[in-house]
Each structure stands twice: as structure tokens, then as C-alpha cells.
Design a protein around this ligand. Structure first.
Ligand code: FAD
Length: 281
């Protein structure tokens, strides 16, 4: 489908690596993620893990400093948490050998406890692992306080799933306010060894507000990066790069793009019109 190509360079890892190389030339870093939803067998989880081990090798060989980002459900979390832990460990260990950060995505609210527990377990063994935190969840403020002492790589996002009002702020303005508060809290920890923040949002107002905080507090550039999705807010990405900021783009690839694509559309109903227009072209 042509409209999907706006958000992903292609279904194959080669497409993602080519896009990452192009971005590298433009001064933008990359994070590679293979699209896939929940699995049904341990063999599938093993296949995903082996795929990512290959991605780590290829990204490292390309010399573009790309990170990878994984979903624990793709490594077998629903099937067997111990299997998932072993798969994650294989990736984080190999990532460490290749100086490549392995990010753990945050999925539905019901996975948060297990995801944080596996992250903590892995962080005690390696600095080459990072975790996403969702500003729409009430619990994130408390989770953050328990993670900060670890000196962790944290990716702050608003949150992409449809959550109930008893676990997540229903109002966008509250999510935005919480995002700002949490980001400022993390920035305040910039002296802590091993810590870093990915400001993962396309919200230009938030980006500007946080940019002003960063300047006022003289946060070292090594402590944070702006992160966005491939194909979204390209002008903002370039503006930040021109201003000397570090920007990284998450590139998705894979055949299983449909549920992921639907979430991108739900985030911004205007995209639906884009699809409709494409469908008639
Ligand atoms: C690097 C990265 C990693 C992520 N990892 C996770 C994760 O692990 N778990 C998770 O739950 N979520 C994750 N997300 C998704 C995130 O939670 C949000 O759903 C998504 O980023 C949209 O929120 P926003 O912060 O951009 O703000 P919004 O307020 O939704 O958007 C701000 C502005 O950005 C633009 N914009 C936003 N989305 C789109 C779009 N789809 N198409 C075109 N323009 C758009 C629009 O101009 C919009 O006004 C990730 C996002 C990024 C960038």
C-alpha cells in the first residue's frame, strides 16, 4: 500500500538499513524495529530473536551507530517469561559486544510490571539496555522514581495504546503536562552515570518547551536525544539537527505492519484522509 511507505521505507531489513544510512548522512541517527504483534509458539520467539541478532550484526557492520528496539511480547513474554528473559539477554549481551543499545518498547498497561522487572534484571547486568515509559499512565511517575537510581537509558513517550481511565489520563492536555513534568524530572538527573533520555515525541510545542529547559539548565548534549518516527515531522527533525541537537528516528520494517499502521492512523485522524487520497490515486 503506497500510503504505508510514508511511515516505513519497506518491509525488508535491507530497506530499513538503506534508510538508516541515508539518515546517517543527514546527521540523524536510527533505531531499527521489526514489526510484529503477539506470538503463538516459542519457535516464533526464537526466530524473532535470531532475526534481531542478525540486525545487530548488520547495523554494526554498516557503521551507522543504529540502536534496535524490541517488544517483549515478540520475544515470548505471553508464552513463558523465562524464555523471554533468555531471548532478551541474548540480544542485550550481543548488543553490548557490538556497542549497540537495545531498547525495550512499552506495550499495553497489563505488561508494565513484567516489562519493568525484566528491564531491571537486565540493567543490573548491562548498561546496553533502555526502556520506554508512557506519560499517559498514572503509575509512570512512581515507576520513574524507582528507575532513576539505576542510571538508565529512558525513552519518554506519550503512549500509543487505548487504555482505561483508571490507569491512564483520558485528557490529552493532562498527558502533555505529565510528559513535560516527567521529562524535566529526568533531565534533572543528568549527573547520574549511565543515564540518558530520549525525548520521543513529535509534539513541536513540547519539543520547544523542553529545548528551553535544556538550555536554561545547561543539560549536556550527551544526556539526551530527540526521537521521532520515520516519516513524521521531518521538518522538525531537520530544524533540530540544524540547531545542533541530536535526533534519532525509529524505522519500522516487516510484513506485519497492519496493526502498527492502524495505531499510527489512530494517533492522527488526518492521516486517514491521506490514505483515502492515496487509495484513489
Ligand atoms: C521513537 C519513538 C518510540 C516510541 N515507542 C513507544 C513505545 O514503546 N510504547 C508506546 O506506547 N508508544 C511509543 N511511541 C508512540 C508514542 O507513544 C505516541 O503514540 C506517538 O509518538 C504520538 O505522540 P506524540 O508524542 O508525537 O504527540 P501527539 O500529541 O500525538 O502529536 C503531536 C504532533 O505530532 C504530529 N504527529 C503525531 N503523530 C503523527 C502521525 N502518526 N502522523 C503524522 N503526524 C503525527 C502531529 O503534528 C501532532 O499534532 C513511540 C514514539 C516514538 C517517536
Amino acid at each position: 500500500m503506497r500510503s504505508v511507505s510514508r511511515f516505513m521505507p519497506g518491509e525488508r531489513i535491507e530497506d530499513a538499513l538503506a534508510a538508516a544510512s541515508q539518515l546517517h548522512h543527514e546527521g540523524i541517527g536510527a533505531i531499527l524495529t521489526h514489526l510484529g504483534e503477539n506470538l503463538t509458539t516459542p519457535d516464533e520467539a526464537d526466530e524473532v530473536t535470531r532475526h534481531y541478532l542478525g540486525v545487530l550484526e548488520r547495523a554494526s557492520a554498516a557503521g551507522i551507530g543504529a540502536h534496535i528496539s524490541i517488544k517483549l511480547t515478540q520475544l515470548g513474554l505471553d508464552l513463558d517469561p523465562e524464555l523471554c528473559r533468555r531471548n532478551l539477554q541474548r540480544l542485550v549481551e550481543r548488543g553490548g559486544e557490538l556497542n549497540t543499545l537495545v531498547w525495550i518498547d512499552m506495550e499495553n498497561a497489563r505488561y508494565v510490571d513484567q516489562t519493568l522487572a525484566l528491564f531491571r534484571h537486565m540493567r543490573e547486568r548491562s548498561p546496553w539496555v533502555g526502556i520506554a515509559l508512557q506519560a499517559y499512565l498514572y503509575r509512570t511517575e512512581g515507576d520513574l522514581e524507582s528507575l532513576l537510581p539505576l542510571g538508565a537509558a529512558l525513552r519518554l513517550v506519550k503512549g500509543a495504546y487505548l487504555e482505561a481511565p483508571d490507569v491512564a489520563y483520558p485528557r490529552k492536555s493532562d498527558v502533555d503536562d505529565n510528559y513535560f513534568r516527567l521529562a524535566v524530572r529526568i533531565l534533572g538527573e543528568h549527573d547520574r552515570a549511565g543515564g540518558m533520555l530520549h525525548i520521543a515525541t513529535h509534539d513541536s510545542a513540547l519539543v520547544d518547551r523542553l529545548g528551553a529547559e535544556i538550555e536554561a539548565r545547561r543539560i549536556p548534549p550527551s544526556y539526551y536525544e530527540f526521537a521521532m518516527l520515520y516519516g513524521i515531522q521531518k521538518t522538525l527533525q531537520r530544524r533540530l539537527v540544524s540547531a545542533g541537537q541530536r535526533v534519532r528516528v525509529l524505522i519500522s520494517y516487516g510484513a506485519d505492519w497492519f496493526p502498527w499502521y492502524m495505531r499510527r492512523l489512530a494517533e492522527r485522524p488526518a492521516n486517514v484522509w491521506f490514505v483515502v487520497r492515496q487509495a484513489f490515486n
